[in-house]
Every structure is written in structure tokens, then in C-alpha cells.
Design a protein around this ligand. Structure first.
Ligand code: ADP
Length: 321
């Protein structure tokens, strides 16, 4: 394999730039030509591909977002558009593709490989940490640290005013951002989609806290459970007195300089992905298990069921008493 492409797809995540940089530089180091494909799969369809050199990726390791831009490209699900993408890649002589994205992006990579024989390798780039085959995805650690810092700020003001605060965080159907940020920020309660929400227990805990003079509580709520305002209403309807404030952190969680962990993960995943392509292997995804870089068949990786760390959740609940 002499020429490869790299793209970022789906929701952006801190660490994507560090990963693009590592893919480009490691590939060039190994004598490959690398094309940066703009705006995910739509760049393949619209022929937006530029040859990268070592300097094209200067000064980006510390930046969130993605210099290649990212986009959602619904037409890529249709074979006729995928065929255009494949023809364009062939015209450039691109034989392998590194796809940095989440499960949707992986499905696109799988179709490219199964239907058209394009050697595509996936690297997990999403803040949600919702891919079962890997312990961590790029961006998750940075995002959690952003939430922890927000919890610190919110706790200052909520404690001063004796308020209960509900902080709604991202993660789609996955509660990992809420769990890890909640335990790190010392949250009194963490609500995630993986654990059934017992409203009575929450009300009891807040009421008890108020009776013993603990007048401020932090509740970290995963967006996959419900909206912060809905929970606030439920608490009020169930007799919680006093001031309840809600904060939805939103897109602030998606930006920012990637953490050390995400930068190192980006470098390690990039090296494995390029190594796989140099061995002419495609249809695989790279990840991290027990601090070792692994690669797996895409279809098998996507079929795995996510494991939620209930033990860590229970610990967080005990410590947040
Ligand atoms: P993420 O990769 O973060 O999960 P999306 O689910 O939006 O984000 O997927 C990103 C892109 O991947 C989509 O815009 C589309 O181009 C492509 N994609 C998603 N699902 C499929 C599919 N089933 N077949 C082909 N391409 C897909």
C-alpha cells in the first residue's frame, strides 16, 4: 500500500487532531503518501481530498475539534454514493482509509470494506465512550475533565446559596461521562440510563441531607435519562423544598485542549491503524483494553454489548453520601 486517506466523521471529539497528526506523520515516516479528506464521508463523495505533509499537521496536537472538519453525510448509506466515493479514491490511487469517528462512522467503514473491498480501519473518536470493544474512546477523558471543572465551579455557588443543582451532561445512551465526572466531582447523586432511576430514593436522600444540615447537593444527570428541567419538576412535585437550579453543559463538553490521556491514546491508535494498512488489512477497528492497544474485526466490535461499570457506580453512590 502506497497511498492512504484519513478522515474524521460524526461528532467531533478532542484528540481527533492529535490523531490526524499522528496518522499523517507515522505514515510519512513509513514512506506512504497521505490524503486528508474533508468533512467525513462527504469529502470522499465530493472529491475534497488534499495531500498532507509533516507541516500540514503542525500546531494542532493541542487543539480540540478537527482541522479536517467533520460532517454527517446521510447519502453515504446509499450504494450509489458509496460507489462515487470509491471511484474518487481509485482516481487518487488511495488504497486504504483511516476513519476516526463513532459507531455510525464505523458502519460506513464496514460497508466500504464489505461491499467494495476498501481497506478501512476505524479509530474510536467520540466523547461518549459508547463503543463496547474499547475501554476508552478519544475525547472521553477530556470531556469528563471539562465536566469535573464545571462541577467544581457550580459547587462553589450552589453551596453558598444552599441550593440543589442538577447538571445535565452528554453521552447519548451511555452514562460514562456522568459516572466518571460524578465520582470525580464528588456528586451526591448520579443518574445514568444503565441504572433504573429510583425517584423516591433521590427524594429521600435530598430530604435527609436537608434535615441533617447538608443544604446543597449536586446531581449529575446523563442526557440519556431525561432533561434537567424534567427532573427538577419531578423533585418539586415529590416535595423537595428550597431552590433547585439546573445547568445543561451542552457543547462546551465537546471542545477544549485534549488531555494527556487522549493525546497518548491518539498516537497509539494511529500507529496501529497505519501498521494494519501497511499489512494490507482492512475492516478492522483499533482500541484500548487493559492499557494495551488492540484491533478487532469491525462487525464483531459493533456487535459487542456495552458493559457499564456498576461497581464503580455503587462506589460513587456510597462516597457521595
Ligand atoms: P458517529 O460516527 O459519531 O456515530 P454518525 O452516527 O452521525 O456519527 O455517523 C457518521 C456518518 O457515518 C454518517 O453521517 C454517515 O455518513 C455514516 N454512516 C452512519 N451510519 C451508516 C451506515 N449504516 N452505513 C453507511 N454509512 C453510515
Amino acid at each position: 500500500m502506497k497511498k492512504i486517506g484519513v478522515l474524521t466523521s460524526g461528532g467531533d471529539a478532542p484528540g481527533m487532531n492529535a490523531c490526524v497528526r499522528a496518522v499523517v506523520r507515522y505514515a510519512i515516516y513509513n514512506g506512504l503518501t497521505v490524503y486528508g479528506i474533508e468533512r467525513g464521508y462527504s469529502g470522499l463523495i465530493n472529491n475534497h481530498m488534499v495531500e498532507m505533509n509533516k507541516r500540514s499537521v503542525s500546531d494542532i496536537i493541542q487543539r480540540g475539534g478537527t482541522i479536517l472538519k467533520t460532517a454527517r453525510c446521510p447519502e453515504f448509506r446509499e450504494d450509489k454514493y458509496m460507489q462515487i466515493a470509491v471511484d474518487n479514491m481509485e482516481a487518487y490511487g488511495i488504497e486504504g482509509l483511516v476513519v476516526i469517528g463513532g459507531d455510525g462512522s464505523y458502519r460506513g467503514a464496514l460497508d466500504l470494506y464489505n461491499k467494495f473491498g476498501v481497506k478501512a480501519v476505524g479509530i474510536p473518536g467520540t466523547i461518549d465512550n459508547d463503543l463496547a470493544y474499547t475501554d476508552y474512546t478519544l475525547g472521553f477523558d477530556t470531556s469528563v475533565n471539562t465536566v469535573v471543572s464545571a462541577i467544581n465551579n457550580l459547587r462553589d455557588t450552589m453551596t453558598s446559596h444552599d441550593r440543589v443543582c442538577i447538571i445535565e451532561v452528554m453521552g447519548r445512551k451511555c452514562g460514562d461521562i456522568a459516572l466518571y465526572a460524578g465520582i470525580s466531582g464528588g456528586a451526591e447523586m448520579i443518574l445514568v440510563p444503565e441504572v433504573e432511576c429510583d425517584l423516591k430514593k433521590i427524594v429521600k436522600k435530598i430530604s435527609l441531607n436537608q434535615r441533617i444540615g447538608k443544604t446543597s447537593d449536586i446531581i449529575v444527570l446523563a442526557e440519556g435519562v431525561c432533561k434537567a428541567e424534567e427532573l427538577k419538576q419531578e423533585l418539586k412535585d415529590n416535595g423537595i423544598l428550597g431552590s433547585i437550579k439546573t445547568t445543561t453543559l451542552g457543547y462546551i463538553q465537546r471542545g477544549g485542549a485534549p488531555s494527556m490521556f487522549d493525546r497518548v491514546l491518539a498516537a497509539r491508535c494511529a500507529v496501529r491503524a497505519v501498521d494494519l494498512l501497511m499489512q494490507d488489512k482492512g475492516g478492522r477497528v483499533v482500541g484500548i483494553k487493559d492499557n494495551k492497544i488492540i484491533d478487532e474485526d469491525i462487525a464483531e466490535a459493533l456487535a459487542q454489548e456495552r458493559h457499564f461499570d456498576k461497581e464503580l457506580y455503587d462506589t460513587a453512590m456510597i462516597l457521595g453520601l
